[in-house]
Design a protein around this ligand. Structure first.
Ligand SMILES: [Zn+2]
Length: 251
């Protein structure tokens, strides 16, 4: 069955592309180790890959070779290289840097959604096409980053889909995608609902996750005072902190 590109109306054979671009794979060369956890079923399937060379057929070649590779070169590689390698600390998070991270994070989260699902994409075609056109990020998306001490496994990805209801007439669906790339962790959370209610995750990581989208705190630096300890499974805890949420009262 012909599939449509995740970001445009191209229908037909899609190109088999790496989820992590060459610059990421080059940074993490050596004893590469990667885990992927999750998927549409939320069964928390966990499997290791020999290297971070996962590929997925979710975008067309023109998209991949033009504006998407530009995101890698212009937004991701220069901003994220010192964070992935951990070569710099106390990096001030300026607005432009936060926006670059958000663009890369949203792009990666959409690709991951399409790679892992056999159901309807989480984000509508209108929103995905708008992202291609203007790099606009949907209003229901929030993004956090943090640092992680341990370097192996080099890459972990956890995606999850949660549903719930505030009342019988107020259901919500949430997509959470969390990526560990070297010493850098990013978490993308999107909620579909017929309203504006905010959600609070499980407590415990407030001092670790640094919001970068839609806004950044004043004087934020990466990785901040606290980072995840990879050895004690804190990546999983952080990734799964949205398993149980509490609605916040409307602002
Ligand atoms: Zn395309």
């Amino acid at each position: 069955m012909p599939r449509e590109c995740a970001f445009c109306t191209h229908v037909g054979p899609l190109s088999n592309e790496h989820i992590f671009a060459k610059w990421v794979r080059d940074l993490l060369s050596g004893p590469a180790d990667a885990f992927y956890i999750g998927g549409a079923s939320n069964r928390n399937e966990r499997f290791a890959t020999g290297a971070i060379d996962w590929k997925a057929k979710v975008v067309c070649s023109p998209c991949n070779n033009t504006w998407m590779s530009e995101i890698e070169e212009v937004h991701a590689k220069p901003v994220l290289t010192p964070l992935v390698t951990g070569s710099e600390i106390d990096v001030p998070i300026a607005q432009a840097m936060a926006r670059s991270i958000a663009i890369y994070a949203f792009k990666t989260a959409v690709v991951q959604d399409h790679a892992g699902r056999r159901l309807e994409p989480f984000f509508s075609a209108r929103l995905r096409h708008a992202f291609k056109a203007t790099h606009s990020i949907p209003g229901n998306v929030r993004i956090w980053i943090c640092g992680i001490k341990q370097k192996l496994p080099n890459v972990q990805v956890l995606t999850a889909y949660y549903t719930g209801q505030i009342s019988p007439t107020y259901p919500w669906t949430m997509y959470v995608s969390t990526f560990e790339i070297g010493h850098f962790v990013m978490q993308i959370v999107a909620v579909k609902q017929f309203g504006q209610i905010g959600f609070r995750p499980l407590a415990g990581y407030e001092n670790i996750g640094i919001p970068v989208w839609p806004g950044i705190p004043a004087d934020a630096t990466w990785p901040g005072r606290y980072v995840l300890d990879g050895n004690s499974g804190q990546f999983l805890g952080f990734a799964k902190r949205w398993e149980r949420v509490q609605p916040l009262p409307p602002e």
